[in-house]
Each structure stands twice: as C-alpha cells, then as structure tokens.
Design a protein around this ligand. Structure first.
Ligand SMILES: Cc1cc2nc3c(=O)[nH]c(=O)nc-3n(C[C@H](O)[C@H](O)[C@H](O)COP(=O)(O)OP(=O)(O)OC[C@H]3O[C@@H](n4cnc5c(N)ncnc54)[C@H](O)[C@@H]3O)c2cc1C
Length: 458
C-alpha cells in the first residue's frame, strides 16, 4: 500500500482517487477550489464526446452499485459541463470509498523530496526512497459580526436616519493555513484550464494585454443578451472554444441585430479541408464537433474582411480577420468602468498590400480563447524533463509530436513508461500531461490512470 497524493479533483484526479482506493492505496486529494472546479467554469458548454467516453468503467460500476443502475446518464449522451459534474463527477466524489479524502479549498503550492534539494541525488536510488512533501494552503471562510456601531448608546436609535443606516458590520474573513503532507506517490492532475496563453504576436502578451484584461477575458463566457447583445465583441482564437463563442454570438444577433463579432483567427495550414478558421476532421465521428466547425467556418467565410463591400457581408453578424495579430490594446475608461477597448492590428504576417485591412478596431467586449498552458511552478523542486515546445513531460510529448493525425479522437494513451519522470513516483496525468497541446481527451486520461495505477500494483 502506498500513500498517494492527488492534486486536483477534476475528472482525472477523481478517477485516479477511486481506482487507487479500489487497489488498496491510501489516498488524499487536494483541490484548490470545488470538486470539478474547471468543468463547472465552462458548465454551459456541451462536451463533444459522449458520456461513455468521458467516464471510466470503475467509476460507472461504483456509482451504479451505490445509487442504482438508473442513476447514470446513457453512454451515448452528450452532456454539458454542468451536467457532467452534477450527474457523474460530484456523485463520484461522494462515494463512501472517498469519504474524508477529498480536501476542497486546499491548494498545493509546492512539492519537494524530503531532505533532497533539486540538485541533490540526481538519478540516485536514495532520492526515491524519501517521501514527497506537499505544501498545502487551505482556505477557510468565516462570516462574523464584528461590531454594532450603535451598541454604545451614543446614537439616538429612534432617529429615522440613524435607523436607516443601522447596519451590523459583518466581516467575511479568509483564513489561510499551511500544512505539509507526506506521500510516496504524487499524481499531478491539476489540468491547465485557468492558466491561459497570451494573444500577442508570437504568443507573448501584446502591449497593454497584461494590465488591460482580467482572467475572465480568457474563459468561455455564457453569451447573454444583457452582456453581449447589440455590442461589438472581439473573439480571438481558432479552436473549438472560439467557434463556440462565435456561433453563440451569431445566434444572439438574431434577437439583438446590432450584435457584431470581429473574429481574429488564422487559417489552418490546409484551408481546402476547412475553408474557414476551424480545422475540420475528415469524416469526423463526433457529429456535434463537426457541426460546430462547419457552422463557424460558414459564418467566417461569408464575413471574411476582404468581402466587406458585399451586401451579404455587410448584413452579416461576423467579420473574420485572418493573418493578423494584435499589436496593442488599450481599455477605454469611463469613470471607474472599462467601456471598451482600442485594438491596434499587426498585418506584418499577411502577404501583399490587400484591401479592407483596418489598422485598428474599437470593440466593447473581448473573448480571448487562445488556449491554456500548465502551471509548472508546483513541481519546480522536482526532477521533471519537459518538452521545450509543449511544456509537457518529454517522453509523452515526443510521442504526441510524432502523431500524424490532428484528430484528437485518434489519440491513444502510450503506456506507463512515457508517463514516468526522472523523479521516481511523480506522474503528471490528465490534460496537464499534454502541456500546451490541446488535443487531450478524457478517454486518454482515464487510460493513463489505469496504466499508472495498475503498474504500481504489479
Ligand atoms: C471548453 C472545453 C470543452 C472540452 N470538451 C471536451 C470533450 O468534449 N471531451 C473531452 O474528452 N475533453 C474535452 N475537453 C478537454 C479536457 O477533457 C478537459 O479540459 C478536462 O477538464 C480535463 O480534465 P483534468 O482532470 O485533466 O483537468 P481539470 O478538469 O482542469 O481539473 C484540474 C483540477 O485541479 C485543480 N487544481 C489546479 N491547480 C491546483 C493546485 N495547485 N492544487 C490543488 N488543485 C489544483 C483545479 O481547480 C481543477 O479542479 C474540453 C476542455 C474545454 C476547456
């Protein structure tokens, strides 16, 4: 039996926790927010892979056993993120096997090897003989009444104006407390989701981006009329998340006809396959994914900026700018609020002179769906050999870079050996194992969990 510490109660951390318990290990899961925190953040989005692909057989069997066979969604159903959390992940976390083992509001800040600094015991067996130490930061909240400003009797409590302002002073206090936990094995399942990329040229922040935008700009918002209706939204990115936002904004434009989307997205390398910014998968078996790509590409193609003078393009809610990047961004401030953004464009990548190329744009909203990257700071005291291109663990990254298909459904797990790091018994699993490569599928992560945990029991 090993003491296994799991970082993150997302789908992969939860699947790992359950299987590790079933294999007889001692398990603790540390989650910086709530169970399924990241999935819930994009809970309004429908997954394109069916439930049967997104869940393990040991998870489904345990829940069916505990709650009855009808408690689970059908294998072929496409759930939203919220439904996936409510109908599978949260019940999974409540299984008796995991009782008392999932610690929410507990963020892993750092991991090290006891008595071994980064430069000590390189490749030596005695490094692996010492346990890991995890520095956990727990956050607790308390809600307390701290004072009653009128309790000293100096105010006339019958006075109407005094009564009107009589408030109890309440304080929501955050308590931070740190703790060190020991473990024989660490599974880092902390995902990549909130650690966004930047949208400036070459992937660095453009001028003004770091100060001008907040974390919320890089997430997938719910497209509500009161937030986006009859406004101009800049969408940046050429993946399925960008496509989701563009299609939802175009739908909104039916009710709120002055809604406009300015979509900055480069064409994929093979535009004939896609004729739009989203790379379609030939004969895509995931029908919803293909429908989304087709719809987004149609919207983009009609509204390509070179067609700006055509009547069809002028009445269309989407304008697609290809081969352009953002040079700078400046929030337009009114009083204390941000009322929009001035965007300066960089056309240096586009061939020739071209017509209808604006040098700048003024927009009300920004949705920056430019991908995510792993947070490597938590394991910087450990020996992890990373790929310089993807920042994923090198052996897996090398396998993935060698794959020729860009269909993420064609991905398979590559066995336990490629998941091993120079640091013994430290594994990066789930979406974080792919680093910046966005092809990760839950099905692959579940396979990784099975391979790593069953190899430990051999
Ligand atoms: C919009 C969107 C749609 C997607 N659709 C699909 C799909 O249809 N099919 C599919 O197979 N995949 C899909 N994916 C990709 C992928 O499956 C998901 O990103 C999935 O959430 C990855 O699971 P995970 O457990 O690896 O990471 P996450 O779900 O990101 O979970 C990581 C957890 O770790 C916690 N955490 C992070 N840092 C720390 C720390 N230091 N200490 C403690 N806890 C920490 C986080 O709060 C989070 O709860 C989609 C991704 C996105 C963004």
């Amino acid at each position: 039996m090993s003491r296994i510490a799991i970082i993150g109660a997302g789908p992969i951390g939860l699947e790992a926790a359950l299987l590790a318990r079933q294999l007889g290990h001692e398990v603790q899961v540390f989650e910086k927010g709530r169970v399924a925190e990241n999935i819930l953040d994009w809970g309004h989005v429908r997954l394109f892979s069916p439930f049967g692909m997104n869940s393990s057989e040991w998870g489904r069997a345990s829940l069916a056993n505990w709650l009855g066979p009808d408690a689970l969604p059908c294998d072929n159903v496409l759930l939203t993120g919220r439904e996936f959390a409510d109908e599978y992940l949260i019940p999974l976390s409540q299984l008796p096997e995991l009782a008392g083992r999932i610690h929410e509001q507990s963020q892993v800040r750092s991991i090290s090897r006891r008595h071994f600094r980064k430069s000590d015991g390189i490749g030596a067996p005695d490094r692996g003989a010492e346990p890991f130490q995890l520095l956990i930061e727990r956050r607790t909240f308390s809600h307390s009444v701290i004072s009653d400003p009128f309790a000293d009797g100096t105010h006339n409590i019958d006075d109407e104006s005094t009564q009107a302002v009589r408030v109890r002073h309440e304080l929501e206090t955050h308590h931070l407390d740190e703790q060190v936990v020991l473990a024989d094995v660490v599974l880092d399942c902390s995902g990549t989701y909130p650690h966004h990329n930047w949208f400036g040229n070459g992937g660095m922040p453009c001028q003004g981006e770091r100060d001008g935008l907040t974390e919320a700009h890089y997430r997938l918002p719910v497209i509500r009329a009161d937030e986006f209706g009859n406004l101009i939204t800049l969408v940046v990115g050429s993946g399925f998340s960008a496509a989701t936002s563009v299609v939802a904004l175009a739908e909104l434009a039916r009710q709120a006809p002055r809604t406009k989307v300015l979509w900055l997205a480069n064409s994929p390398p093979n535009p004939i396959e896609s004729s739009g910014p989203i790379a379609r998968v030939p004969n895509d078996p995931l029908i919803e994914r293909d429908l989304l790509a087709t719809k987004a590409n149609e919207l983009a193609a009609i509204g390509h900026f070179t067609r700006a003078s055509s009547l069809e393009a002028r009445n269309h809610p989407v304008v697609w700018f290809s081969d352009v990047s953002i040079k700078s961004l400046r929030p337009i401030q009114s009083c204390r609020d941000v009322d929009g953004f001035e965007i300066e464009l960089d056309w240096s990548r586009a061939a020739g002179q071209g017509s209808n190329r604006p040098s700048g744009l003024t927009v009300d909203r920004i949705i920056a769906t430019v991908g995510y990257r792993p947070d490597r700071s938590i394991y910087e005291e450990l020996h992890v050999h990373e790929c310089y291109a993807t920042q994923g663990p090198i052996k897996l990254a090398a396998k993935l870079l060698g794959e020729t298909s860009f269909d993420c459904l064609a991905q398979t797990s590559h066995g336990c050996d490629v998941l091993k790091n120079p640091e013994p018994n430290f594994f990066i699993l789930g979406s974080k194992s792919y680093g910046r490569n966005s092809n990760f599928l839950l099905r692959v992560g579940i396979e990784q969990v099975r391979e790593v945990l069953t190899s430990m029991n051999r």
